[in-house]
Design a binder for this molecule. Structure first.
Ligand code: C2E
Ligand code: CA
Ligand code: CA
Length: 570
């Protein structure tokens, strides 16, 4: 591209004239030498050598057909078969009829008939061939992704739609491929290794499209789209293709998920086909294996349901359909568990669907920014509730609220939380903040900055779902946090599986190293509670003590806990 740029800036382009007749070479050279830099070759072999060594700077070859050693046709064939040399346009010199057609078929850009009696025409043809070739390089480079050589997203959709308009038979299937946990690959093995993986994957997708027809692009950093003519037995064939593709990457640690929308005759446009393939692919987002999923009726109804929830969100906020529930956390350090704080968990009482749990809507709202509105609402409700308990019963219960990964990127986050605390007459330490570990690995620099700001303002941070993300031990030591909250899945088998138990012990040791308390959530049985207590867990939350409760019930709970406390003190 730089080369092209230099040449476009008015530098002379280089032309190779290949002819065994001295006179003819000179005549042509004279016609062109004031506009171009000319090099000469007197036979096909010499020409090939020059072309190979100077192909980067060569703008055009003017080629005689009849020559000793290697004739013009053979040279054309060699050039055409070579992906580097194919780029250079060739004008064929000929005196005989019929040679033109053959030359064009072999890839020549144009031809000039001997004798050379019209210099202006020759100059015009030379100039036009160079321009056309250069334009096509520019087009190639703007429409292609430079890493993989596949189309970029814009041109992919443009050409795909064109293809659909010109030819809808056979109809096209949409396939989306994504590399599982690609960010981790980049982080662990470096960006250049990540690029190599993408290149190999791109290469094998390119091969598939070459065999089956269709188009392919890299649509996002690690996401590829393939638009291929529909085949009836795609379902049977796809696993084979998928394993071929994964093998081509040559690294068994890399796994790929694939979402497919198979044409069903509904005449959907290309973009919607890919939306659906993406939805099918998204269904696999938590898998670590190579798998494929086909878009189907179930995914479709889930999509409609999701859309409904998103559409209903604003009204639900206005009508206060969201209610905050509270789940107690108990300190288990002493003889008897003592209520230490609570977690605020939102529930949606939807007029049509009844109670919807956050598992259904939080991730939906995270994809479009709605989560920030909801979180603010929950923080406000929680702060107001803490203040009410204080005012009405003189009981202070710190409550943790969940802070979504999306909130972390809001530069106003600290101010917003401060305002909420202040408006409710609370000091920031009454509103604990839970941030999921995976948010830390999304963008560790950003989050460390945010968390530092929050801590400087007096908030305390609990790292939620610890063990489910990918914090490196190294990173952990530099993280500003005030508590580790173990991911629930580690608790499940803690009584039956000694390895699971050992794992929790190790996490507790890590917390000790970081000098922060450990919270275990999802604790459902007395045995689990006792094992955790025995290995040094500080705080426990879970159904064993209580489910998340509506405010009225939680009020009763804290009132009775306080009475017991008083009773114990008397
Ligand atoms: P989380 O923050 O990890 O919350 C713990 C989840 O475990 C809650 O699910 C809670 O009800 C459930 N749980 C508590 N004890 C037990 C137990 O003993 N056994 C089992 N099996 N589960 C238990 P929930 O309320 O459905 O919330 C799910 C997730 O939704 C939460 O996971 C949190 O990430 C998110 N979430 C909830 N409320 C909010 C919110 O206001 N804002 C944001 N951003 N996220 C929220
Ligand atoms: Ca939480
Ligand atoms: Ca959690």
């Amino acid at each position: 591209m730089q080369e092209l740029f230099a040449r476009r800036q008015g530098l002379h382009r280089k032309i190779l004239i290949v002819d065994d007749e001295f006179i003819e070479r000179e005549m042509l050279g004279n016609m062109l030498s004031d506009l171009y830099e000319i090099v000469y070759a007197e036979n096909g072999m010499d020409a090939l050598e020059i072309i190979r060594s100077e192909h980067i700077t060569l703008s055009l070859v003017v080629l005689d057909i009849h020559m000793p050693e290697l004739d013009g046709y053979s040279l054309l064939k060699i050039m055409h078969a070579d992906s580097e040399l194919r780029r250079i346009p060739v004008i064929v010199l000929t005196a005989e009829e019929g040679a033109e057609v053959k030359s064009l078929q072999l890839g020549a850009a144009d031809f000039i008939s001997k004798p050379y009696d019209m210099p202006d025409v020759i100059r015009a043809r030379v100039s036009r061939s160079i321009e056309l070739a250069e334009d096509s390089v520019i087009i190639h480079e703007t429409e292609r992704d430079s890493l993989t050589g596949l189309f970029n997203k814009e041109f992919f959709f443009e050409y795909g739609k064109l293809l659909d308009r010109q030819n809808s038979d056979p109809p096209m299937d949409a396939i989306v491929l994504d590399i599982n946990r690609f960010r981790i690959v980049n982080e662990l093995y470096g960006k250049s290794y990540g690029d190599l993986v993408l290149k190999r994957l791109g290469g094998s997708i390119h091969d598939i499209v070459k065999i089956h027809g269709g188009l392919a692009c890299r649509s996002d950093s690690n996401c590829f789209c393939v638009y291929v003519p529909h085949i009836d037995d795609l379902k049977e064939k796809l696993p084979g293709y998928l394993s071929e593709i994964t093998e081509s990457v040559g690294d068994s640690k890399i796994s790929i998920r694939m979402g497919v929308y198979c044409d069903d005759g509904s005449g959907l446009d290309m973009e919607h086909r890919f939306d659906r393939a993406k939805l099918a692919c998204r269904k696999l987002r938590n898998t670590y294996q190579t798998r494929c999923e086909f878009y189907n009726a179930e995914i479709h109804s889930r999509e409609l349901h999701a859309e409904r929830l998103i559409n209903d969100m604003d009204k639900a906020l206005e009508e206060k359909q969201f209610k905050v529930f509270y789940q107690p956390k108990y300190s288990v350090l002493g003889e008897k568990p003592v209520l230490s704080s609570a977690e605020a968990l939102v529930r949606w009482f939807h007029p049509e669907f009844g109670m919807v749990s956050p598992g259904e809507f939080i991730s939906l709202f995270e994809n479009n920014g709605l989560i920030q509105k909801l979180d603010r609402y929950v923080w406000n409700e929680t702060a107001a509730q803490i203040a009410r308990w204080k005012k009405e019963y003189d009981i202070t219960v710190p409550v943790s609220v969940n802070v979504s990964r999306v909130d972390v990127f809001d530069p106003m986050l600290g101010d917003i939380l401060c305002d909420i605390a202040k408006n409710n007459g609370l000091t920031p330490d009454k509103l604990l903040l839970e941030i999921t570990e995976s948010a830390y690995t999304d963008d560790s620099n950003q989050i460390i900055e945010t968390v530092n700001v929050l801590r400087n303002k007096g908030f305390r941070i609990e790292m939620d779902d610890f063990g489910s993300g990918y914090s490196s031990l190294n990173m952990l030591t530099s993280l500003p946090i005030d508590a580790l909250k173990l991911d629930m899945k580690f608790i499940r088998n803690i009584c039956s599986d000694s390895k699971a138990c050992r794992l929790v012990e190790i996490m507790i040791e890590i917390a000790r190293l970081l000098e922060v308390p450990v919270i275990a959530e999802g604790v459902e049985t007395k045995e689990q509670m006792e094992v955790l207590k025995g290995i040094g867990c500080n705080i426990i939350q879970g159904y064993y003590f209580s489910k998340p409760l509506p405010p009225e019930e939680f009020t009763e709970l804290i009132k009775s806990e306080c009475k017991e406390e008083e009773y114990a003190h008397n």
